[in-house]
Write a protein that binds this ligand. Structure first.
Ligand SMILES: Nc1ncnc2c1ncn2[C@@H]1O[C@H](COP(=O)(O)OP(=O)(O)OP(=O)(O)O)[C@@H](O)[C@H]1O
Ligand SMILES: O=c1[nH]c(=O)c2[nH+]cn([C@@H]3O[C@H](COP(=O)(O)O)[C@@H](O)[C@H]3O)c2[nH]1
Ligand SMILES: NC(=O)CC[C@H](N)C(=O)O
Ligand SMILES: [Mg+2]
Length: 536
């Protein structure tokens, strides 16, 4: 079910200003027709060491050409190509001579535009489908004659345009792939970008090879280009970086430090919603590893006051987002003597933006404090060098930057911290309880060697729920905590982690024995979707 969540992702990255300048590597543009998987396509291309970014299908071809694309990929989309109002292929695109690969809607649009036929035949295909390769051509070179692919379509190409050879079919779709190598045009009805398509990555790679894309792009390029872009943005100005001890802000800070040196000041906010020992650890390890200027602010009082009486998750998130900015503003004033500070660096990633509903027509799932939770009167100019990336890509960038493994592989911890792990009002007492329970869970999971297997394991306090227990022959009426261990690749989708029973058992015993008022430990076995990772 993980693929359903992707319908939130159909938004052009370029809209976020996350466009990196082109240097000496090839660029592939993914033209987005409202696809579920546009971001996955771009990511798979980057996995082939070719730089890729998404552009909206409304972008004029001249503007695309200005980005010097070596190849173009036309994404899928929810419309029917022959329907009124369906997004058209940008005018003149097939005359540019740039090799182009159509996927699903993009494939159908290519077929129709060039004189082929597309119709609703009544035989839709959704999910795993067996594909028969009729001719290897360029795309299926060296791949098995029968392979499992992932389909998601109701319309079908019934006739390929003149000049194309049909290279594959399925039971329901006679023209499931086609190519005209002389014109550099290729298309497939299935989705090569999803992991379920057995040889999808190979098909994509074959297209990139046929288009002459060199596998020259690495995370190093993104780091170098990001440093350049930050230098251009900040000029000789000064910046504050919100630093959390997490990998995203560590990488963002390292990039900005490379760009502007000691005109960067990092600010770590102890908002009272941190885990046990976290403030001390961040202060010590971060400065040691990077040598950056770090200011630590104890802001627990103001955050707790602002959160007092609040139970609604979105309200909590907005309050926390606002208070973060107010602290950064105070710090801005505090270091004014060194010169004005106009820029705020954040380690914002692509999923933070998407989940906050940061695109055209995308749902707001939850307002991440650093995106949807920002106050409207924000006076800083934001510097977000990682805004188009996923966590695993950021980790690779961190490795390229030479950050220590403990920092690169640290499990994510949300900026709003334990504040969104207490279902109910956030109080000092409740935070103390949760901090103890969380510390025990983390200690036992680490001791069992599971840190790298588990993406993260929120411990959630159901503060307004009580249940009856019996301890020391007496009745208790305490609170439950929920263990939420998950596995994930990029936090966009997740599954519950199959933590060994003996480890779970130890965590449960220790929490109920050591943390008074918690008399029950429950395990969350929901994937994402339909659940999210955090409870609020
Ligand atoms: N305690 C904090 N003090 C200062 N800035 C923070 C703090 N917590 C979060 N931020 C800012 O908000 C951004 C988003 O937080 P987020 O948790 O997504 O990233 P991270 O903490 O850097 O990495 P990770 O996701 O691995 O925890 C951070 O990159 C950082 O800029
Ligand atoms: O910095 C952050 N600010 C936030 O407001 C926020 N909300 C969720 N998360 C983290 O994002 C990932 C996805 O979480 P969800 O499945 O709960 O949306 C998980 O890794 C979460 O821990 C946040 N991180
Ligand atoms: N996933 C897609 O791109 C679907 C294309 C078109 N809407 C169809 O149903 O065939
Ligand atoms: Mg974090």
């Amino acid at each position: 079910m993980w693929w359903r969540v992707a319908d939130k992702l159909a938004l052009p990255l370029a809209a976020f200003g996350g466009h990196f300048p082109v240097s000496d590597f090839d660029t592939v543009l993914v033209v987005d027709f409202g696809a579920q998987y546009a971001q996955l396509i771009a990511r798979r291309v980057r996995e082939c060491h070719v730089y890729s970014e998404i552009v909206p299908s409304t972008m004029p071809v001249a503007e695309m050409l200005a980005r010097k694309p070596k190849a173009i990929i036309l994404s899928g989309g929810p419309s029917s190509v022959y329907a009124e109002g369906a997004p058209p292929v940008p005018a003149g695109l097939f005359e540019t001579g740039v090799p182009t690969f159509g996927i699903c809607y993009g494939y159908q649009a290519m077929a129709l535009e060039l004189g082929g036929k597309v119709a609703r035949t009544g035989s839709a295909e959704y999910g795993g489908t067996s594909l028969s390769v009729l001719r290897e051509g360029a795309l299926f070179s060296g791949l098995p004659a029968t392979q499992s692919v992932w389909m998601s379509h109701g319309d079908t190409v019934t006739e390929a345009p003149a000049g194309f050879i049909v290279t594959a079919s399925t039971e329901a779709t006679p023209v499931a792939a086609m190519e005209d190598v002389s014109r550099g045009l290729y298309g497939v009805q299935f989705h090569p970008e999803v992991l379920h398509s057995e040889h999808g990555q190979a098909v994509l790679k074959h297209f990139l090879e046929a288009a002459g894309c060199r596998p020259a792009w690495t995370m190093l390029n993104i780091v170098e280009d990001a440093v350049e872009a930050v230098r251009a943005q900040i000029g000789d100005g000064r910046a504050i970086c919100g630093l959390s001890g997490g990998v995203d802000s560590a990488v963002a800070a390292a990039i900005v430090q490379r760009a502007i040196g000691d005109r960067l000041t990092c600010v770590f906010v102890d908002h009272g919603l941190l885990r046990k020992g976290e403030a001390e650890q961040v202060e010590r390890d971060f400065v040691e590893a990077t040598g950056v200027k770090l200011r630590v602010v104890d802001a627990a009082e103001r955050f707790l006051k602002a959160l007092s009486g609040v139970t609604d998750p979105e309200e909590k998130r907005k309050i926390i987002g606002r208070e973060f900015i107010r602290v950064f503003e105070d710090e801005q004033r505090a270091i004014l003597a060194d010169g004005p500070v106009d820029f705020l660096v954040q380690g914002t990633l692509y999923p933070d933006v998407v989940e906050s509903g940061g695109g055209t027509g995308t749902a707001n799932i939850k307002s991440h404090h650093n995106v949807g939770g920002l106050p409207e009167d924000l006076k800083f100019e934001l510097v977000e060098p990682l805004r188009t990336l996923f966590k695993d890509e950021v980790r690779r960038a961190g490795e390229e930057l030479g950050l220590p493994p403990a920092m690169v592989w640290r499990q994510p911890f949300p900026g709003p911290g334990l504040g969104i792990r207490i279902v109910g009002e956030v109080t000092r007492e409740r935070l103390d309880l949760l901090r103890e329970a969380d510390a025990i869970a983390r200690e036992e999971l680490s001791r069992a060697g599971l840190d790298r297997d588990i993406w993260q394991c929120p411990v959630v306090l159901l503060a307004d729920v009580r249940s009856v227990g019996v301890q020391g022959d007496g009745r208790t009426y305490g609170h439950p905590v929920v263990l939420r261990p998950v596995t994930s690749e990029d936090a966009m989708t997740a599954d519950w982690a199959r933590v060994p029973y003996d480890v779970l058992s130890r965590i449960s015993t220790r929490i109920t024995n050591e943390v008074s008022e918690i008399n029950r430990v429950v395990l969350d076995i929901t994937s994402k979707p339909p659940g999210t990772i955090e409870w609020e």
